[in-house]
Every structure is written in structure tokens, then in C-alpha cells.
Ligand binder design. Structure first.
Ligand code: SF4
Length: 348
């Protein structure tokens, strides 16, 4: 199957009702042809809420002095992931604010333990770091780096105080891919000040980057941020962006993000699974750390194992028994050998 030369229009991204439903069904069909009914199932643990960046849309920004800052305990996370993770989880994502101390003291030794003690595929989402730290993480055993470009419009990126500079962020994405990482990125839909052209720019940028996956997060006005009073992104816009990504790049891994349930409580997440998303994430962060991991709201909607499994079952999907890291490896080998990509999981 060859990637379709699909590129969204504003009309498609703004579609509603019957046209929108047909668009989502088309995206779900494309995902089904490639991945069957299976979705990748990973766990996430949030390692530290210290952050040296100051994104206007995030409550963990460094200027938020009201937030109690914590780093997780290495032994606690190791025990949890080695001995108490749900049986269906094939991969883990170690996520943190941009906190190199946590990377050195917790993430790196944790990856070494996981590599030694478990078959888990290991993803990290740790922000922009030094080349030396990227290399150490990869040597330790992580293979997927999640670095969201967040905003493709450089002026809006600067206005939102997104991490570092736009140019630097893109350069890091390219450098990670060039040094052997499988890179997944992502952007925010419905940000205050995001024009139609700025929204479409996210697709142009994503299309040109060396990515294996991409996410769309609805803008959620975060507690304790300068944008706290701005309106929440429309769930329909976010879902249309997810469907457009699936049609633009059928082979990509596209997650259903937990914020879908903040954009449309009770229904957003399951609707995301109907747009061709093929990755779900169970949050295993120890309960005492969750409240202060303030990406959006203090009152978080935690995607527990039970919620995730019941959502995918309700949508007629099943957990993949192949890891995300294994899928990426297979994709890469197929590209290197010149074999055409093929469906990687049998339809069930
Ligand atoms: S979005 Fe990430 S980099 Fe930006 S302030 Fe929040 S945790 Fe830090």
C-alpha cells in the first residue's frame, strides 16, 4: 500500500455532520487496512514536573510558582513497571517536564533496568536535551523519541513561548531521526490565535519531517496558565485533524490522547478511536504525583487500564500483541531493504 497523496483543506478540517462522519469513516477504514482492529497499548509514567520551559499553554511552565514540584522515585517506578504493569502493555513512555536532572538520575537508570528485566519497548518524551543525553538514552535502550513541534507557525510558536525556538525544535526532530531514533511528533489544534493557515501549516510541516507518528492535542485552557480563560478547542476540529493525519500518512502511529476527554467529556476519547487512531495509553503514574503533573487541569481524567480496555472493546478494537517499538523496527527494516510496506498486524 502506498501512502495516499492526501492533504487536507480548511473545508475538510471544518466539516461537520454527514460529511464529517464520512471523512472519519474513510480514515478508520485506512487504519483498518493497515493495522487491522489492533491498537498499540502502552503505559505512560510521568517522571518529573520540573520544567525549564515556559509554554503559555501548560501549567508546568517554570513561571508557575504555585505548583509543588516533584521527581518520582526510581525504585518505585522500577517496581511498578517490572512487577505490576498490566499484562496487555507492550511499551512504556517515560515522560517529564524538561528536566535534565530527572533524565540523568531517574530516566536513564530506569531504562537500563527495564531493558534488563522486561521486553517492553521504550519511548521517551523529555523535551529538547543535549545530543549527549539523547545518545545516552538510546544506548541505554530507548528507541522512540516523542518531540512535538506543537505549533508550525513560527510567529505563533514564539508568541506562545513554546520550547526554545521553533528552528531549534525542528532541528532537534531532524537530528534525532538522523541519529537512529524513531521520532513521533505532534501539534495542538484550536490554540488561541491559530488561523486556518496556521492550522494547515501543521500538516505541511509534519509531512516534511522524518516522523514515524504524530499526535493532535486539543487546546485545553490550562489551570494556572496565561491562557486559563481562553476557550477549549472544538473537539470536532481536533478529530478532523486526526482523521486528516491518518489519510495523509496511513503508516503513522497516531495516538488517541487523553485530552480528547477534556474537550468532550465522556465521549471524546471514543470518538478519537473512530478516526483511525491506533495507539492508546494507560496512565501508571503513582497517584500521589498525578495531581501536580499539571499539563491541563488539576482535576485530571486519568486513563486507567479499565477505562482504556473498555473504550477499545466498545469500539470493536483489541490490544496489539506486537510492541510499538517492534513495529517501528519492522517498518525501518522494510524501508532499508526496499521492500514495500505491508500490513503489519493481521486483521482479527
Ligand atoms: S509543555 Fe512541556 S516543555 Fe512546555 S512548559 Fe509544559 S512540560 Fe514544559
Amino acid at each position: 500500500m502506498i501512502d495516499e497523496p492526501f492533504f487536507p483543506t480548511t473545508d475538510v478540517l471544518r466539516s461537520r455532520d454527514k460529511a464529517q462522519l464520512a471523512f472519519h469513516e474513510r480514515a478508520a477504514r485506512v487504519a483498518g487496512e493497515r493495522f487491522g482492529r489492533r491498537v498499540f497499548l502502552r503505559a505512560v509514567v510521568e517522571v518529573s514536573n520540573f520544567c525549564r520551559e515556559n509554554c503559555s499553554y501548560c501549567g508546568m511552565r517554570r513561571d508557575n510558582r504555585d505548583l509543588a514540584r516533584h521527581r518520582a522515585r526510581l525504585d518505585q517506578l522500577a517496581e511498578l513497571l517490572v512487577h505490576h504493569r498490566p499484562a496487555s502493555v507492550t511499551d512504556v513512555n517515560l515522560q517529564s517536564g524538561e528536566d535534565p536532572v530527572a533524565v540523568r538520575e531517574i530516566v536513564l537508570p530506569l531504562i537500563r533496568i527495564l531493558r534488563r528485566e522486561t521486553p517492553l519497548g521504550i519511548s521517551v518524551c523529555l523535551g529538547t536535551l543535549s545530543r549527549a543525553l539523547y545518545d545516552q538514552l538510546r544506548v541505554a535502550g530507548a528507541s522512540v523519541y516523542i518531540l512535538k513541534f506543537e505549533i508550525a507557525d513560527a510567529a505563533l510558536y514564539a508568541r506562545m513561548e513554546a520550547p526554545g525556538t521553533f528552528e531549534e525544535r525542528i532541528e532537534h526532530i531532524r537530528a534525532l531521526a538522523a541519529s537512529g531514533w524513531n521520532v513521533s511528533s505532534g501539534f495542538i489544534a484550536g490554540l488561541p490565535g491559530q488561523t486556518d493557515a496556521a492550522l494547515l501549516a501543521n500538516f505541511s510541516l509534519a509531512r516534511g519531517l522524518p516522523l514515524e507518528g504524530c499526535s493532535v492535542s486539543p487546546f485545553i485552557p490550562g489551570d494556572e496558565t496565561p491562557l486559563a480563560k481562553a476557550p477549549t478547542a472544538e473537539i470536532d476540529l481536533t478529530l478532523n485533524c486526526m482523521a486528516a493525519l491518518r489519510l495523509m500518512r496511513p503508516r503513522w502511529v497516531i495516538p488517541a490522547v487523553s485530552a480528547l476527554n477534556l474537550a468532550e467529556p465522556g465521549a471524546g476519547y471514543r470518538r478519537g478511536l473512530r478516526t483511525g487512531a491506533n495507539l492508546v495509553t494507560i496512565n501508571l503514574t503513582p497517584p500521589e504525583m498525578r495531581e501536580d503533573y499539571l499539563l491541563y487541569k488539576r482535576d485530571r481524567f486519568i486513563m486507567t487500564e479499565e477505562r482504556i480496555l473498555s473504550a477499545i472493546e466498545a469500539e470493536g478494537l483489541v490490544p496489539s500483541n506486537r510492541s510499538l517499538a517492534g513495529y517501528y523496527q519492522q517498518e525501518k527494516s522494510a524501508r532499508v531493504s526496499g521492500r514495500s510496506p505491508r500490513p503489519v498486524v493481521a486483521a482479527v
